[in-house]
Design a protein around this ligand. Structure first.
Ligand code: SF4
Length: 221
């Protein structure tokens, strides 16, 4: 069976054309914000030593320069103000053979909520982003199958503002996730989604590559 990644499903839900273009990208550099958030997350609940974490970040992503230090420092300071559970394991692979979806848990905790997912963006003021709810729905399904963890509640760890939120995916979130997954599989089988101009297109990072009929990004750059 061909598997779709959890991130791919979330992307397909936000815009099927984005999913189409991204899955055909040959090489993607890790986003600076992601590297910084990810590396901070390994230290949460422990001593947050600026120099130690910054050195690791520079080793992991050579595209990060001293210019990015203020961003890192700002996020780390915000994380100091929050109380974080200490993970017992990081980067745990999960999958659902039933659905054909694969992904990774950022943090595994001893007590509930047992699963932590880090986000490299700010938390919404109220509620939880739909995209995070879909991500959590799939994580919950995969964790139940792979780790035999119920995973009904998932801790979202928003590193840039040092905030956590607990997400309990609803049946509607699970339905939406499964629908987006089957659309992603259809695209993987060769279907080309049509571009629909929406407000989101104005700020989309792929707008320069997104034509009426999508082409491979590698053909365009
Ligand atoms: S420009 Fe619009 S249609 Fe194209 S990938 Fe971005 S959001 Fe999707």
């Amino acid at each position: 069976m061909d598997f779709v990644t959890i991130s791919g499903v979330v992307l397909c839900h936000s815009c099927p054309v984005r999913y189409y273009l991204e899955t055909r990208r040959e090489f993607e550099q890790e986003r600076i914000e992601y590297t910084i958030a990810k590396q901070i997350s390994y230290h949460l609940g422990r001593d947050l030593c600026n120099d130690e974490i910054w050195d690791e970040i520079r080793l992991i992503n050579p595209n990060i320069s001293e210019e990015d230090y203020p961003l890192f420092e700002n996020w780390l300071e915000k994380c100091r103000d929050c109380s974080w559970p200490v993970s017992i394991e990081s980067d745990v692979e999960i999958r659902s053979n039933k659905l054909g979806v694969i992904g990774r848990i950022d943090n595994l905790f001893e007590s509930e909520p047992n699963i932590g997912i880090i986000r490299a963006g700010c938390a919404p003021e109220k509620g939880i982003y739909k995209s995070d709810r879909i991500r959590c729905a799939l994580v919950s399904i995969c964790a139940a199958e792979t780790l035999k963890i119920k995973g009904e509640e998932i801790l979202l760890q928003y590193i840039p503002d040092g905030v956590t939120k607990v997400c309990k995916p609803s049946p509607a979130d699970r339905r939406t996730a499964i629908r987006a997954l089957s659309y992603a599989k259809k695209i993987d089988r060769g279907y080309i989604p049509e571009k629909k101009n929406t407000e989101r297109c104005n700020t989309c990072y792929l707008k320069d590559y997104c034509l009426t009929k999508p082409k491979k990004i590698s053909d365009l750059i």
